[in-house]
Ligand binder design. Structure first.
Ligand code: ZN
Length: 209
């Protein structure tokens, strides 16, 4: 962990302590929300948290409370994973923020029961994940079955101009899209975001929160 920002020399004594206290950067299983809670408490204590590589960078105008620092130290690997942007540009925290906002809109503006609001929020996360993790393929072969163009089963481009196209037979699209949705669902689950177990995952698939 490194200290930045105001370069308060009072932090120098803490720095050595933190460098020695972190070991494991793996094995975090969401939803272990202790990292999220530690981040909230740190921000409430006036600490700005950033990530550089595997390091947590703290900025604050005054020396933070030792208990807050101790918690950041203990949970550093999980906090780094929570805050570090993924390949799609969003951190785990960003995904949870998106989910929570959608659930809140569905619950309070849409007046849905909590479980249905969460299901609706999850249904919004899936297309967002698909948009942020686009798949492209060269024309000439179907991305799903690998076979080329046929007059009776043409290859068609799917996706937007900005993200590029995936080429698929029209008959292969639905199976490919089901696989993509499963991929999104499992990526979201790995971040601790899932639809309530008692409701189908595709609840509200055709609606919007
Ligand atoms: Zn095909």
């Amino acid at each position: 962990m490194a200290y930045g920002g105001r370069r308060n020399t009072a932090f120098n004594a803490f720095a050595a302590f933190y460098l020695a206290s972190w070991e494991n950067c793996h094995g975090v299983e969401w939803p272990d929300m202790s990292a999220a809670e530690a981040v909230m408490e740190a921000r409430a204590a006036g600490i700005h948290l950033g990530v550089e590589g595997d390091d947590l960078v703290l900025e604050a105008a005054a020396a933070p409370p030792p208990a807050v620092l101790d918690q950041l130290s203990r949970l550093k690997p999980a906090i780094v994973l929570w805050l570090r942007p993924g390949a799609d540009g969003w951190s785990v925290e960003d995904w949870h923020t998106f989910f929570d906002e959608r659930a809140g809109i569905a619950e309070f503006d849409g007046r849905l029961p909590r479980d249905q609001a969460k299901a609706r929020a999850f249904a919004c996360c899936v297309p967002e994940w698909l948009n942020r993790n686009p798949v492209r393929s060269p024309p000439g072969h179907c991305l799903y079955c690998g076979v080329g163009d046929h007059a009776h089963n043409p290859l068609l481009p799917h996706g937007g101009e900005s993200t590029g196209h995936a080429w698929l037979h029209s008959r292969c699209w639905s199976a490919w899209y089901a696989r993509r949705r499963a991929e999104a669902t499992s990526a979201l689950a790995a971040m601790g975001i899932a639809a309530p177990a008692n409701l189908p995952n595709d609840y509200g698939k055709n609606g919007s929160a």
